[in-house]
Design a protein. Structure first.
Length: 263
């Protein structure tokens, strides 16, 4: 069982903020890898599709293909980086043996989950803002609803941060994290409508897409930026919110048990 933490009021705000700030500073110190590298990768994707398709790009949903593509590329970068932030933080602590520094302070399981997930959300927003700013020099993005865009970046980053925590708890070496990245995260991201509208798919493939949580993140963010989407904004936000509730409860229970943290 997870050791009972020393009570420091109802919420240990100082401990919560300290762990959160530590994780944020960790990715800021290597911003070239964690924030600016996704900009280059995303712009390369955009350039490759524009150069490869040339005049054949056409329109998707009444907007130029590059305008349709841009939000999907941004959200793909957001989800991947939010996942990496949380999963790598726990895994590195376990491999280096300093996980005890996380278990000994008077932090409750909920505070630990909030701190790690919060840092993942912060990195998600940092990547989203930087990539969008870089893209506006090459793509004319309408910015249909910034408020909804913020909602979907938050929900998607939180989802991936929680999945990252679960992966960090389960993984014992970098190969395990790479397995989740290569065989779960990347396929789901690529098969979620990043590069196409799911209405162009056969009916059975559309049905599969509707059970892919990445689809709702990418489609919702695209809808918020360009005003075109395959589903409604409220449906996408509701699905992601429900997934986050389940993931948060699952993550909390595992951290409370000390699952794979003290071996």
């Amino acid at each position: 069982m997870y050791p009972t933490p020393i009570k420091v009021g109802l919420v240990n705000w100082i401990g919560l903020w300290t762990l959160y700030a530590k994780e944020v500073q960790r990715f800021i110190k290597v911003a070239g890898q964690t924030v600016f590298a996704p900009i280059i990768t995303t712009l390369l994707f955009l350039a490759i599709f524009q150069l490869a398709l040339g005049e054949q790009r056409g329109e998707v949903g009444g907007v130029p293909f590059e305008v349709f593509l841009a939000p999907g590329l941004v959200m793909m970068a957001v989800t991947q980086n939010a996942f990496q932030n949380a999963s790598s933080a726990l895994l590195i602590s376990k491999i280096q043996g300093n996980i005890v520094d996380l278990l000994m302070p008077p932090l409750s399981p909920a505070e630990m989950v909030v701190a790690y997930a919060g840092a993942a959300v912060t990195r998600g927003f940092a990547v989203a803002i930087c990539v969008v700013v870089a893209m506006v020099f090459f793509v004319e993005i309408p910015f249909w609803s910034i408020a909804w865009a913020v909602v979907f970046v938050f929900l998607a980053s939180l989802m991936m941060g929680l999945i990252g925590i679960l992966t960090g708890l389960w993984a014992d070496k970098f190969d395990h994290m790479a397995f989740i990245t290569n065989f779960v995260i990347t396929p789901l991201a690529f098969l979620s409508g990043t590069f196409y509208s799911i209405h162009r798919l056969p009916e059975f493939a559309q049905a599969i897409a509707f059970v892919n949580p990445f689809f709702y993140a990418i489609d919702g963010f695209r809808h918020a930026l360009i005003g075109q989407g395959d589903t409604s904004l409220s449906l996408g936000a509701g699905v992601l919110a429900a997934i986050n509730v389940v993931l948060a409860f699952w993550t909390y229970r595992l951290v409370r048990r000390g699952y794979n943290l003290k071996d």
